[in-house]
Design a binder for this molecule. Structure first.
Ligand code: UT7
Length: 331
């Protein structure tokens, strides 16, 4: 199907909890040190939700901010996609709670599960819907509250994660702005490297599972690290090639914020200066599906992304999944 206009991002927003958990706080909880965490991950602190807060609270704030940034009202949105694996409850989709809180009754809304790649998966779905003419303005939110699926006694994972949400409004854009290409991928053979063992249809919770923290994230960090280093560079190069570009054409890369050593590997592989990689994980840790849209929102707010810039978003995560997108910034 051909279409008159490309789709692109016309507004961004984000929201994080007020509560800060520093590396020094973690030193009091598990056998770790600020120096180990900063050297091995680049993280200094992260935001953690307070009692009573849930994923939809941050998703709603980020979504509202993106809609306002786009100069729209919630009633202008005709589809809501929420990338998350930490919804308020297993049923219904948390996107429906956000839809109701936004006051857009009747607007279709669904959750999308692709781990930390979820936001870029969501952008690709929104792009297809807008270009096909099925929907005109799609709100894509990436929100996760990893604190509720973190084993706070496991030092190999609890130092990594944080909570938050980011969002973008996708709509038709003028000229040569908008999305140019996406690459989505998955390798289910790596599912075992990053998962929550209990709580689904395969293995409903038992009291023993809860006692052994099998309702929390279990990760083979080394395996995910190797995968991330490989796929981040490869997916970036392939998605650029799909639209006839090379790394030389890129103005800004917004990588998934998991580990500065993973981002540095992309700096080396792609041969771009570090200033072309936006990094804010020192403040937030790994916020899963929220990491890329929070970074995107901050990069735009700091004037690091301007109209006409070529921007690449690239993520990887549980699945194992990956997703990369290239766009010309529209505003
Ligand atoms: O969004 C996608 C999800 N995940 C990721 O992107 C994570 C990818 N993986 C990573 O970022 C890294 O694998 C980690 C940062 C998690 C770990 O780094 P690593 O280089 O793979 O270290 P390691 O797990 O092999 O651990 C090295 C040492 C071990 O001690 P020994 O066996 O050498 O004595 C660990 O026990 O560091 C120890 N260690 C810690 N020490 C202090 C592990 N966690 C900690 C800690 N504090 N928090």
């Amino acid at each position: 199907m051909t279409c008159a206009k490309r789709a692109g991002i016309v507004g961004v927003g984000s929201a994080v909890p007020d509560r800060v958990l520093t590396n020094f706080d973690l030193e009091k909880m598990v056998d770790t040190s600020d120096e180990w965490i900063r050297t091995m991950t680049g993280i200094s602190e992260r935001r953690i939700a307070s009692e009573g807060e849930a994923t939809s609270d941050f998703a709603l704030k980020a979504g509202k901010a993106a809609i306002e940034n786009a100069g729209l009202s919630p009633q202008d949105i005709d589809l809501i996609i929420l990338a998350t694996f930490t919804g308020d409850t297993p049923l219904p989709a948390t996107a429906c709670l956000v839809q109701h809180a936004l006051g857009c009754e009747g607007t279709p809304a669904f959750d999308l599960a692709a781990g930390c790649s979820g936001f870029v998966y969501g952008l690709a779905v929104a792009d297809a819907f807008v270009r096909s003419g099925h929907y005109e303005r799609v709100l894509v939110i990436g929100a996760d509250m990893l604190s509720c699926v973190t084993n706070w006694t496991d030092r190999s994972t609890c130092v990594l994660f944080g909570d938050g949400a980011g969002a973008a409004v996708v709509a038709p854009v003028n000229g040569d702005a908008g999305f140019l290409a996406f690459e989505l991928g998955a390798d289910g053979s790596g599912a075992k490297h990053l998962h929550i063992p209990a709580g689904g249809s395969r293995h409903p919770y038992t009291p023993e599972d809860l006692a052994q923290h099998r309702d929390k994230i279990v990760m083979e960090g080394r395996e995910v690290f190797k995968f991330a280093v490989k796929i981040q560079g490869e997916a970036t190069e392939r998605v650029l090639a799909r639209c006839g570009m090379t790394t030389a054409d890129v103005d800004m890369i917004i990588p998934h914020q998991a580990n500065t050593r993973i981002i540095e590997s992309a700096v080396n592989r792609l041969g771009l200066p570090t200033e072309k990689f936006f990094v804010n994980l020192n403040k937030y840790g790994n916020t899963s599906a929220a990491s890329i849209p929070i970074a995107l929102d901050e990069a735009v707010a700091e004037g690091k992304i301007k109209k006409g810039d070529t921007v690449v978003t690239v993520g990887f995560g549980a699945g194992l999944t990956w997703a990369a997108g290239v766009m010309k910034w529209a505003y």
